[in-house]
Design a protein around this ligand. Structure first.
Ligand code: SIN
Length: 280
């Protein structure tokens, strides 16, 4: 196995490893350590069955089953399909997943540790452009770049998160599904459970309010923190190839799926979501 750091504040590429085969404990520890340090890992040229994807993901923790049950892979409810493909008049997966900056499952009490996305179909690249890239930012690097007064102030605040923030998402959920995603409150600055690094934990998809501030001040602070996190200096932009497996840390990163391709360009990704630990 070869590891090399990408030229960004986050991300490493891992070569010469086959994730469809069992991974011994020493190799797993190396992967896990690299993941804690770099927050995003990219494995190239993988060919995995759903069962192998699930097995690899389980090395990092228990797996979540997404609330949108209609987009789970048959026989593998741990795998969520993210796709614009339509079969027999029905979308096979969530077509607009992640097209606003977010971190997965910040809207639940115990958010996800990490997500592992496997690229099955990717829009055909043009001569000098790829389509359907995913951008990641380091919320730990974004925190480090704040001035100490601001860090101190943010450390006293909490924020409300809701899966139902966006009206088009709300419309897709049954009343029963809505009950499964009540609002939650998390600290604005959370501490990474492994590295101890402080991370900004406010995102434009799910954070609805800074608790205790008036609406105007709260909206302005959410916007300010989101714009700060989304700065190029904290970013890695992944240009997908079929067979890429990419995992990201849901405490120390935020991500955005770039929606720059049409319905005629199929994009199909399988995602597992690993359970995390309580936020502090
Ligand atoms: C996601 O937010 O989980 C999906 C990211 C992507 O499709 O690139």
């Amino acid at each position: 196995m070869k590891l090399h750091k990408l030229a960004s504040p986050l991300g490493s590429e891992i070569l010469d490893i086959d994730l469809s085969r069992p991974i011994d404990d020493a190799t797993f520890r190396q992967i896990d350590d690299a993941f804690s340090e770099r927050s995003v890992l990219v494995f190239r040229d993988q060919v995995m069955t759903p069962a192998q994807h699930v097995e690899f993901s389980r090395r990092f923790g228990g797996l979540e089953i997404h609330v949108l049950k209609q987009y789970l892979l048959a026989d593998f409810p741990e795998i969520l399909l993210i796709s614009n493909v339509v079969e027999n008049g029905k979308p096979v997966g969530i077509a607009d997943a992640g097209q606003q900056w977010h971190t997965d499952l910040s809207y639940v009490e115990i958010p996800s540790r990490c997500s592992i996305l496997y690229a099955k179909q990717i829009p055909e690249p043009g001569p000098d452009k790829t389509y359907g890239d995913t951008c990641f930012v380091s919320t730990a690097a974004a925190y480090d770049a704040l001035d100490p007064e601001m860090q101190k102030y943010l450390g006293t605040l909490k924020a409300r998160h809701s899966y139902l923030k966006r009206p088009h998402v709300r419309a897709k959920l049954s009343e029963e599904q809505k009950k499964q995603v009540p609002e939650v409150i998390h600290p604005v600055i959370r501490t990474h459970p492994v590295t101890g690094r402080k991370c900004i934990y406010v995102n434009e998809s799910f954070t609805t309010e800074i608790v205790g501030l008036g609406k105007e001040e709260s909206d302005a602070l959410i916007l300010q923190l989101c714009e700060h996190c989304q700065s190029e200096q904290f970013m890695y932009r992944h240009k997908w190839r079929v067979g890429d497996v990419l995992m990201w840390d849901n405490c120390s990163t935020q991500h955005l799926a770039v929606a720059d391709y049409g319905p005629e360009q199929a994009r199909l990704m399988n995602r597992t979501t690993v359970r995390g630990t309580a936020v502090f």
